[in-house]
Design a protein around this ligand. Structure first.
Ligand code: NG1
Ligand code: ZN
Length: 558
C-alpha cells in the first residue's frame, strides 16, 4: 500500500477518523488469528514475524496520543530488548520521554486485538471520547528501532499507520531505546528554557560526553580499560558514536560482542540478561581475553537500556572468581555518592532509592541504613513514578535497568545555591554535571556506564573496592510455565500472592525452613510464565528452596 499523502489524511482527520485508510491498513496488515496480544510493562512483545498488525495499530494510537498532548511529539521504539533475536516488540514513549501513560495501555490492548477494521475503529472511537481528543489537532511521532531483522518490516507498518493519521513522521532509524526517549524529550523542549539537548543522536553524545569530561577531568585516569559487552546489538553502534566524543585519555573502552550482522548473535550467550541470570561471564570470554583479576567489565542488553558490571576476583578458571555488580550495586554506589555530594554542597535535598522485590536483601539493608527506600512492583514505570517523589530519586532494578531523577525543584536548588566554601562550590558543580550526565527519561546503559566510571574515578576505586559495600545473599530466579499466569495475583509490591488462594501460606512455610530466606512468586509481564525468586543466607540451601517453591507453583496449577 502506498503511503497516503499526509495533507489529505490530515484533512480527513478534521472530519473524523480516516476510516477508509484504516480499512485498507487492516487489510494490508491483518491481525494473526488466534493470537491475543497484551500491551504491558514493556509494550507489546512477542515473535517479530507476527507484529506488523500491532505496529500499524499502535501507530494510530500514538498519533492520537500526540493529538491529546496538543501536538507534542511522542515516540515509538521497535525492540525486544534482551529477548531472543526472533522476538520483537513495540513500546510507546510519552512527550516528556517517559513511558506511555498507563490508562492508555488498555486502549492499546483493545486496538491490537480487534479482529477487523470496524472493531478497530470502534476501539479508537472509545479512546477518542474517553480521552476527549480533538482530532483536528496535529500529531507528531518519532520512531526508532534496534538491530533485529524484523525491524524494517515493522517500521514500514508503523509508518503506514502514522501516515494514515496524517501525523508528522520522524524516522530516527537505528537507535538505542534511551536515545529514542532522549530524542522525544529534546524535540519537545527545544527552544524552551528547559531545553534538554540537541534533538539528534550527535546531540545525545555531545551532552553526555561534555558532562562526563567535566566530571572526570580533575581525577587521575585509570590505566585499565573497561571491557564492554554490547550483546551484539545496537549498543555497539552507540559505543562507536560515544567514542568519537570521549578521548581515550578520559575513557579507555574495549568493545566486545559488537557483531550486529550474524543471524542469531543478538543477546546470544552475552548481554546483561545472560550475565545477570547465569551469574557468569559472557560465553567464551575466558578463552578469548586475558582477563586480569580486578579488570572492570560490563554488559549492555539488546537495546542498551540496561547494564550490569562484573569482574574476576581470581583466575577465570576458578568458579567462584566471578563477581557481579548488578543494578542493586549500581544503586548503592550512586546513592552513596550523591548523598555525599549533597552534604558537601550544603543543600537540603532528600535523596531516596527505589527498588523492586527482586533487589537483593543485602542491598536493601545497606541502602536503608543510608537513605529512605521504597519498594514498587516490577516495571520501570512504577519505579520511575516512585523516584519522582524524592528530590533526587535513585531507581534501579536488580537486572541493571535504572537511572537517577533530579526533580525540577532539586535542579533549581542546585543551580541557585550560594556555596559557602570552595568544597561546596565544587560539590555543586559536580551535581550540576550529574544532572546532564544522567539520562532523566529512562534507564540508559551508556549514561549509567559513564556514571559508574565517574564515581569510581572520583573515589579512585577499582571494582573490588566497589564490591566491598555489601555481600549479596545467594539468590536464584526460576521460570515456571503454567496454564494461566494471570491466575497468579499479588499485593504488597508483588511480595505476596493473593491468588491462587492458599499458595502464599505454603510458600511462607517453606521459606521458614531456611536461614535468612525470602521467596516470592509473580506472573511475568513480558513472558508467558510465572517467575520464582528465592534468596537465603546459606548458598548450599538455595537450590532446595527455589526448587521447592517452584514445585508448589506447579502443584497448584492443576
Ligand atoms: P517480567 O517479565 O515482568 O519479570 C522483565 C524484568 C523486569 C523488566 C521487564 C521489562 C526481571 C525479573 N523482570 O519483566 O525487571 O525489566 O522485563 O523489560 O528481571
Ligand atoms: Zn532493554
Amino acid at each position: 500500500m502506498a503511503l497516503p499523502s499526509t495533507i489529505s489524511a490530515a484533512r480527513a482527520m478534521a472530519e473524523g477518523l480516516p476510516t477508509q485508510l484504516i480499512h485498507e491498513g487492516v487489510k494490508e496488515y491483518p491481525k494473526p488469528e488466534a493470537v491475543k496480544f497484551t500491551y504491558g510493562t514493556a509494550g507489546v512483545r512477542t515473535k517479530g514475524a507476527i507484529l506488523e498488525s500491532v505496529c500499524y495499530r499502535i501507530a494510530l494510537i500514538s498519533a492520537l496520543r500526540s493529538k491529546k498532548l496538543g501536538g507534542k511529539t511522542v515516540g515509538l521504539m521497535v525492540t525486544a530488548s534482551h529477548n531472543p533475536e526472533e522476538d520483537n516488540g513495540l513500546k510507546a514513549v510519552d512527550a516528556r520521554g517517559e513511558m506511555l501513560e498507563s490508562s492508555w495501555e488498555s486502549h492499546c490492548t483493545a486496538a491490537v486485538n480487534a479482529t477487523n477494521a470496524d472493531e478497530l475503529i470502534a476501539a479508537l472511537e472509545t479512546l477518542i471520547s474517553t480521552a476527549k481528543i480533538n482530532l483536528s489537532t496535529p500529531a507528531s511521532v518519532v520512531y526508532g528501532h534496534d538491530t533485529r531483522p524484523t525491524c524494517p518490516a515493522l517500521c514500514k507498518a508503523l509508518a503506514s499507520g502514522l501516515a494514515a493519521m496524517g501525523a508528522n513522521i520522524i524516522d530516527a532509524g537505528l537507535k538505542t531505546t534511551p536515545q529514542l526517549h532522549y530524542l522525544v524529550k529534546a524535540l519537545n523542549t527545544k527552544g524552551t528554557p528547559d531545553a534538554y539537548g540537541e534533538p539528534t543522536e550527535e546531540g545525545y553524545y555531545a551532552k553526555l560526553s561534555a558532562a562526563y569530561i567535566s566530571l572526570v577531568s580533575k581525577f587521575p585516569p585509570t590505566s585499565s580499560p573497561l571491557i564492554v559487552d554490547c550483546a551484539n546489538g545496537v549498543g555497539a553502534a552507540a559505543l562507536i558514536g560515544l567514542k568519537k566524543h570521549i578521548g581515550e585519555q578520559y575513557l579507555l573502552i574495549k568493545a566486545q560482542r559488537t557483531d550486529t550482522k550474524t543471524p542469531g548473535a543478538l543477546n546470544s550467550g552475552c548481554g546483561a540478561d545472560y550475565v545477570k541470570t547465569n551469574q557468569r561471564l559472557p560465553s567464551g570470554y575466558e578463552k578469548e581475553s586475558s582477563l586480569a583479576p580486578g579488570e572492570r567489565m560490563c554488559s549492555f542488553d539488546g537495546d542498551a537500556d540496561r547494564i550490569v558490571f562484573y569482574y574476576l576476583r581470581g583466575p577465570a578458571s576458578q568458579p567462584d572468581s566471578f563477581r557481579l555488580l548488578d543494578g542493586d550495586k549500581i544503586a548503592s554506589l550512586a546513592a552513596d555518592y550523591i548523598v555525599e555530594l549533597v552534604k558537601k554542597a550544603g543543600v537540603e535535598l532528600e535523596v531516596g532509592c527505589v527498588q523492586t522485590a527482586y533487589a537483593n536483601g543485602s542491598s536493601t539493608k545497606y541502602l536503608q541504613q543510608r537513605v529512605p527506600v521504597t519498594c514498587t512492583p516490577t516495571g520501570v514505570k512504577h519505579l520511575h513514578a516512585a523516584a519522582e517523589r524524592y528530590d533526587v530519586g535513585v531507581y534501579f532494578e536488580a537486572n541493571g535497568h535504572g537511572t537517577v531523577l533530579f526533580s525540577e525543584s532539586a535542579q533549581r536548588t542546585i543551580k541557585e545555591a550560594e556555596p559557602s566554601s570552595p568544597a561546596a562550590e565544587d560539590a555543586l558543580s559536580q551535581l550540576s554535571a550529574l544532572v546532564e550526565l544522567i539520562n532523566q527519561t529512562v534507564g540508559d546503559a551508556i549514561s549509567d556506564m559513564l556514571l559508574v566510571e565517574v564515581i569510581l574515578r572520583s573515589r579512585q576505586w577499582g571494582a573490588e573496592d566497589w564490591d566491598g559495600a555489601y555481600e549479596d545473599l545467594p539468590n536464584k530466579l526460576l521460570k515456571v510455565t503454567v496454564k494461566d499466569r494471570f491466575a497468579f495475583k499479588t499485593e504488597d509490591a508483588e511480595r505476596k500472592l493473593i491468588s491462587p488462594v492458599g499458595l502464599q501460606a505454603k510458600i511462607d512455610n517453606e521459606v521458614a525452613k531456611y536461614k535468612g530466606a525470602r521467596s516470592f512468586v509473580r506472573a511475568s509481564g513480558t513472558e508467558d510464565a510465572v517467575r520464582v525468586y528465592a534468596e537465603c543466607a546459606l548458598a548450599p540451601e538455595l537450590d532446595k528452596l527455589a526448587t521447592a517453591v517452584a514445585r508448589l507453583v506447579q502443584e497448584t496449577d492443576v
